[in-house]
Design a protein around this ligand. Structure first.
Ligand SMILES: Nc1nc2c(ncn2[C@@H]2O[C@H](COP(=O)(O)OP(=O)(O)OP(=O)(O)O)[C@@H](O)[C@H]2O)c(=O)[nH]1
Length: 312
């Protein structure tokens, strides 16, 4: 457009369009700062449009270009800020039409032309605002849905405890705190004793009930900042930050006692739900996987020694 203006001898328009092209190019190159680039593009567009309305552009066709302003504004600014900018731009356009005539810069003919342009601009702006409104609404819905899915992906649906995926992330964080600030932490691996028998004798539903009961018992007996998760099947993992092994053993004993005192109503009184636990204090030099392997070995020892006990 700038080249066309040059060959037509419209030197001022040529300069305006050339400057705009350079500004757009700069905004494109410095795209790293999105906010800054977007503002540059938008304000440059406004200045160019006001210039076209004020001078009439080529044979009075300048105002036609203002229709691109509303979609660009709403897509960059969003609904709220976009509406504010569009209203300011509209006032500027009305003033530009007024001064074009008052200062005899360009006389738009027929008279109705100015009104037609302004009214059609308002209609296009309203349609763009409506489009932006629905776009933002659906965008919010999609964000809410993906946040919900993200939560669901980290929760075990039966016990409502975090799952292994989430726990691994948390354990990495604890490990980082251990190597950075020397904050010790404890891992406890718990496994239900003779669970297959409970399932076989009383059915899977009662088995599920037992797992939920155990999850609640674990939650009630761990310190505030500790994490309890369903590690898989009938295995649970507890991580206690800022704690040493003795604390883990103390918590384990509390859990054994609590399970003994609170039986599941669906199970006969003679059947006690018990668990075996392996407790370790994590070492800075060991990976999380090796820590867990070590806890698993202690859990195995607890099973071998007769179950319903803790090894550390
Ligand atoms: N009801 C129910 N059972 C489960 C679930 N996940 C795993 N199980 C059952 O847990 C049982 C685990 O059995 P085993 O690995 O033999 O362990 P165990 O019978 O507890 O024996 P020990 O660990 O040696 O005390 C299996 O029968 C699995 O089917 C679950 O979500 N619900």
């Amino acid at each position: 457009m700038s080249c066309i203006a040059f060959t037509n001898g419209e030197h001022l328009l040529f300069m305006m369009l050339l400057c705009s092209s350079f500004i757009y190019m700069w905004a494109f190159i410095s795209y790293i700062n999105v906010e800054k680039s977007a503002n540059t593009i938008l304000y440059n567009l406004y200045v160019l449009m006001i210039y076209l309305v004020l001078t009439g552009g080529v044979e009075g066709t300048g105002p036609i270009w203002i229709f691109i302003v509303s979609p660009v504004t709403f897509s960059i600014r969003g609904l709220k800020r976009g509406t504010f900018d569009i209203v300011l731009f509209l006032i500027a356009v009305i003033l530009a039409f007024y001064f074009a005539d008052a200062l005899d810069i360009y006389n738009y003919e027929p008279n109705q032309y100015t009104y037609r342009v302004l009214f059609s601009f308002i209609i296009v702006a309203m349609l763009s605002a409506f489009y932006e409104y629905t776009r933002e609404k659906y965008n919010d819905k999609i964000i809410a849905l993906s946040q919900k899915n993200e939560v669901l992906a980290t929760i075990d649906p039966l016990t409502n405890l975090p799952n292994r995926r989430y726990t691994m992330k948390k354990l990495e964080e604890f490990k980082l705190a251990l190597s950075r600030d020397q904050t010790p932490f404890v891992i406890m691996l718990c496994d239900v004793d003779n669970f297959k028998k409970i399932n076989d004798v009383y059915g899977h539903d009662i088995g599920d009930e037992a797992l939920t009961h155990l999850a609640n018992t674990l939650k009630q007996n761990i310190p505030d900042k500790a994490l309890v998760s369903r590690w898989g099947g009938e295995e649970f993992l507890i991580a206690i930050p800022n704690a040493v092994k003795e604390k883990g053993v103390e918590v384990a004993n509390k859990i054994h006692a609590s399970l003994k005192n609170n039986s599941i109503c669906e199970l006969p009184e003679s059947v006690n739900l018990t668990i075996s636990i392996g407790v370790i204090q994590c070492l800075e030099a060991r990976s999380i996987d090796l820590d867990i392997k070590h806890a698993d070995e202690l859990l195995y020892t607890a099973k071998e020694q007769g179950k319903n006990r803790t090894c550390s």
